[in-house]
Write a protein that binds this ligand. Sequence first.
Ligand SMILES: Nc1nc2c(ncn2[C@@H]2O[C@H](COP(=O)(O)OP(=O)(O)OP(=O)(O)O)[C@@H](O)[C@H]2O)c(=O)[nH]1
Ligand SMILES: [Mg+2]
Length: 451
Amino acid sequence: MVLDKLGKSLREALRKIARAGYIDSETLDTILKEIQRALLMADVRVDLVFKLTETIKNRASNEKPPSGLSAREHILNIVYGELTKLLGGSEASLKENAKKIMLVGLFGSGKTTTCAKLAKFLQKKGLKVCLIGTDIWRPAAFEQLKQLGAEINVPVFGNPELKDPARILKEALTKTQSFDIVIVDSAGRDALDKDLSKELKAIADLFRPDENLLVLSSDIGQKASDEAHGFNTIVPLNGVILTKMDSSAKGGGALSACAALGIPIKFVGLGEKVDAFETFNGTKFVSKLLGMGDLESLVKKTEEIFAGASKDQMEAVMKGDFNLKDFRAQIDSMRKMGPLKKIFEMLPMGSLGVEIPEEQFNLSEEKVNKFIYVMDSMTPQEMENPDVINASRLQRIAKGSGTAPEEVKALLNHYNMTKKMIKRFGKMGRNKKTMEQLSKRFKGFPGFKGF
Ligand SMILES: Nc1nc2c(ncn2[C@@H]2O[C@H](COP(=O)(O)OP(=O)(O)OP(=O)(O)O)[C@@H](O)[C@H]2O)c(=O)[nH]1
Ligand SMILES: [Mg+2]
């Protein structure tokens, strides 16, 4: 999970609040110290961390709990709210009529990859998108962009032979009139030096971007504020895209640094693949981090996964009538959409005290292939009602699929586990009381409008 360690330590601290019958100032101090430690480990700036815990303390002692909330819940809410402010900021999307987008950033921050991710994201909204490559620094930068463009079916313009970014852009812009959105990839440097500043200014003067987005690698942690500040003085920024949130332990530092600067984080990159990209919503991000789940996204994602399934089928699945045929369909969509892990991260497991075994998420390609061979050797009856699979059927399926009986068992175990989780989610979705409880917990969250 994104910011796994930070999430774990924060959840642990919050669980202590949830468990405590009564929170005196000593208990609160201990918990706040844990929160401080967790944030400092994620590279959040020391002064921001101290300010956060100071505010929580003041609010906890000065504010009266709103009616219907216990003192404990009140403190939890304050902590959620302040953490959201620190790490999230409010949601910021692209300008409504943005047509011209420029991505800037240092070497290796993820600009070129992010161009493709953003293009795909916009393309999915039905927009006609194209890319322009102006990087003449990175060897084969244009080929990299071309390749990514081909992968997502987005035209890429540019001519590195011209050896001048502004000229390349000028020529390319004569071909991009018919597109709804033009995204420009720019070159990086080790640091924001005079040369890069001059180059970016020249591109921006000519292009006049509606959105100038800084691509920052989460690895830089709290240094994100210096970098964002520097770029902002050269070409005013409309926002930041934070990449490598999947693999960095310093994402907390980068997030809080941008939030403190007041430059909105618009998207996050969560992996190398073109799909590993999401809009950033502080409230949702923090609730996921704290194990509060994100039911809204979950419902959307589940719908996507079962896209094509009828409403009846969908309802049946949610009730737990989830057979191997559905499982097979789910595996197929998963391959298109990304791992199941992302889905289950959205479940409010943390707040309900349910841990999901890690191996449930980490299905390797090899394992998935084996599952498919196994399922291909089953009869329609077995697929529809896996309970009929007894020892002799199991042997037959293993033989037919060229796998070991253990593989067949592994598939059935995995299927049963998934079925259980989906059923649990279905219950949560339909259980008014759970929803009310969750709503109560979220009350006071900046931007929370209820479930
Ligand atoms: N794990 C992970 N890797 C990423 C992400 N975004 C980009 N990368 C990887 O980071 C490396 C650099 O990405 P590029 O897109 O080439 O970066 P760039 O900013 O265009 O680099 P230059 O053109 O050299 O300045 C590549 O190996 C990408 O696959 C992300 O969100 N997560
Ligand atoms: Mg590049």
